[in-house]
Write a protein that binds this ligand. Structure first.
Ligand SMILES: *[C@@H]1O[C@H](CO)[C@@H](O)[C@H](O)[C@H]1NC(C)=O
Ligand SMILES: *[C@@H]1O[C@H](CO)[C@@H](O)[C@H](O)[C@H]1NC(C)=O
Ligand SMILES: *[C@@H]1O[C@H](CO)[C@@H](O)[C@H](O)[C@H]1NC(C)=O
Ligand SMILES: *[C@@H]1O[C@H](CO)[C@@H](O)[C@H](O)[C@H]1NC(C)=O
Length: 183
């Protein structure tokens, strides 16, 4: 039998490749864990991932604030990569959130993360905060990972939050990066 190179064959091959790529997200959430250390300061109403559609996972978070306003806040953001267990990887930064929101250029990595969150959250304004912290239906898209120089693998982003000098809670978000090739 001869292999034929018909235009239709090439075309359906391209369509199949496209379908495979479209269903196999490069960059997705795999787990989330939230902790409020003190009920008198915050309570978690929601902290979960939900499948929104084929291959699309949304992140939902609602931390009820019990002491308002929040005038000052800082965050330690640490990236971990899974080898044998999770090990710190590339980034461990301390960010003064209120000054970051006034001038985002000072913290380029945090800015990338913030850029991914801000459309889905009510945190996207300058301090003080006078309301609960909500992230609703946050989804990742492949463009976000293009700007971050990480290889394929499993990662954990840990946010540790402090306000008025006191540690208040943490959020751990697990993501999978699957580039389909090594870089
Ligand atoms: C935050 O700022 C407001 C207005 O300036 C003030 O009334 C309040 O006491 C401050 N809160 C804390 C916890 O410092
Ligand atoms: C990250 O930085 C913070 C603040 O400097 C430090 O307390 C923490 O131990 C560091 N974490 C890791 C995993 O290196
Ligand atoms: C956020 O919204 C703006 C304006 O609609 C859009 O240009 C941008 O791509 C969005 N960013 C993300 C990460 O969804
Ligand atoms: C915050 O998000 C809302 C809704 O997506 C948008 O209308 C607003 O322009 C954003 N504000 C900032 C400062 O990015």
């Amino acid at each position: 039998m001869r292999l034929q190179k018909s235009p239709l064959g090439v075309c359906s091959y391209v369509v199949i490749l496209w379908l495979l790529c479209a269903s196999d997200a490069l960059f997705k959430f795999t787990n989330i864990k939230c902790t409020c250390y003190e009920k008198s300061f915050c309570e978690l109403r929601r902290c979960e991932l939900k499948v929104l559609g084929r291959g699309v996972v949304g992140l939902f978070l609602h931390a009820q604030a019990n002491q308002l306003p929040i005038n000052t806040s800082s965050c330690v953001l640490t990236l971990f990569r899974r080898f044998n267990g999770y090990r710190p990887f590339l980034y461990n930064i301390t960010v003064d959130i209120c000054s970051f929101l006034k001038n985002r250029k000072r913290y380029p990595f945090f800015d990338l993360v913030y850029d991914g969150i801000r459309n889905f959250s009510n945190i996207n304004h300058t301090c003080p905060y006078n309301h609960d912290i909500i992230v609703n239906r946050m989804v990742l898209n492949d463009n976000m990972i293009v700007k971050v120089p990480v290889p394929s693998g499993f990662y954990k982003l840990k946010f540790n939050l402090k306000t008025d000098g006191v540690w208040r809670g943490e959020v751990e978000v697990h993501v999978e990066v699957n580039l389909g090739f090594d870089r």
